[in-house]
Write a protein that binds this ligand. Structure first.
Ligand SMILES: Cc1ncc(COP(=O)(O)O)c(C=O)c1O
Length: 396
């Protein structure tokens, strides 16, 4: 007999996974080019050339012990070069002991939450949010507390204040955001820090940053390290180097964090006891050699522009995302996200209802799909608008 908790989760399933299966079913019936599947956020660009070069170099010039066990926090040489980069970007002096190399951002989040939470502790999330946070928090006995954001998806400090209790242990922020694509301004980070510092117990900010390098229109993401004291960063190269299958990332505790000593030690211990032991050795070395490389961000920006135009030209509304890989479009007034997704599916246009992200009234579209799919979908957006009596803003 498996655990009741897991049994309930198995029964619930994942909306995105179901959509993925529906996409495959439709492609088998209508053909690949007749199905416009925007449901899955799988980065589709190849990693930059620096990654392959580093891999070749490591294979051709191996060093003794390079496949062996290591410190649970990862290689000192990798952590210190990351510390240097983060220090340069934030103006906050970070040392290598602040960092623990992890098996992607998902493991980083689990390491941090395992280190922080006692049963019943509360973790604030800002809607809409990446739904896996529910599992990450639940894994370690925590309780999710949801706080709404505004129409622009920017959090409201007053609402966060109202949600804080004596059991609040942490708040998760994610900028650029999945699913909304918004970038949190420096003012907001400052305001959040002021609010949290005014409380009589330490509340940690967990900054989940897998999209920090995917930003458009020349924008920069204000460094959470520069503005927030009780901070822990969770990062991965799943998106910035297109390595989601390789599982490589890290945690970084701010040197200004009131629990710095305990928390850095706890995260390394959690990394071991939760079963990762350490992050993949080869990938730590690859990162060391390609830390300043990035995927072709302009390519994502181009596709964001095309998909955004399809949506607004057809007559729908959406906040233009400043980063990440998604557009969180508004469903037409008075229509539920599930009904809108169903209306789109009639034309083989697959979107994920916002409910999956605690964002009712919206649907998420991932633009990491081929340009051909995005261009091909334009007519479908126009047809859905016509069916719903929505006036187009431009001609097809
Ligand atoms: C907001 C957010 N956090 C964390 C993750 C997990 O990333 P990783 O593949 O590094 O575990 C994802 C993956 O899509 C994500 O969108």
């Amino acid at each position: 007999m498996i655990s009741k908790n897991i049994k309930a989760k198995l029964a619930g399933g994942s909306a995105i996974r179901k959509m993925f299966e529906e996409g495959n079913r439709l492609k088998a019936i209508y053909g690949e080019d007749k199905v416009f599947d925007f449901s899955i956020g799988n980065p589709d660009l190849e990693p930059p050339h620096e990654v392959a070069e580093a891999l070749v170099d490591l294979a051709v010039n191996p060093t003794p012990g390079m496949h062996g066990y290591m410190s649970n926090s990862g290689y000192e040489s990798t952590r210190s070069i990351i510390a240097k980069k983060r220090s340069e970007e934030s103006g906050v002096e970070v040392t290598s002991d602040a960092i623990c190399m992890t098996v992607g951002a998902a493991a980083a989040m689990n390491d941090v939450l395992h280190s922080l939470l006692d049963p019943g502790d509360e973790v604030i999330v800002l809607c809409p949010y990446f739904m896996e946070y529910n599992n990450y928090v639940d894994n370690h006995g925590g309780k999710i507390v949801k706080v709404a954001t505004g129409d622009d998806f920017i959090p409201d400090i007053k609402k966060i204040d109202e949600a804080i209790t004596s059991r609040t242990k942490a708040i998760i922020i994610n900028s650029p955001n999945n699913p909304s694509g918004v970038i949190y301004p420096a003012e907001l980070l400052k305001g959040l820090n002021d609010l949290l510092k005014s409380k009589d117990h330490v509340i940690h900010v967990i900054s989940d940053e897998p999209y920090i390098d995917l930003v458009y229109d020349g924008a920069t993401v204000p460094a959470a390290l520069s503005y927030i004291d009780n901070l822990v960063i969770c990062f991965s190269w799943s998106k910035s180097l297109s390595l989601p299958g390789e599982r490589i990332g890290y945690t970084l505790v701010s040197p200004r964090n009131a629990d710095y000593e305990d928390l850095t030690g706890a995260i390394v211990l959690s990394n071991r006891t939760l079963g990762s032991v350490n992050a993949p050795a080869i990938w730590q070395k690859v990162i060391e050699k390609s830390l300043y490389a990035k995927v072709d961000v302009a390519n994502y920006e181009h596709r964001r522009n095309l998909l955004y135009s399809n949506i607004v030209d057809a007559g729908f509304d959406a906040v233009k995302p400043g980063g990440a890989l998604y557009i969180f479009m508004n469903t037409p007034k008075g229509m539920s996200d599930a009904d809108f997704a169903a209306a789109c599916a009639k034309y083989n246009l697959l979107l994920v209802p916002g409910k999956s992200f605690s964002g009712e009234g919206y649907c998420r579209l991932a633009f990491c799909v081929s340009e051909k799919t995005i261009r091909g979908s334009r007519e479908a957006f126009f047809k859905v608008a016509e069916d719903l009596g929505i006036e187009h803003r431009t001609a097809l």
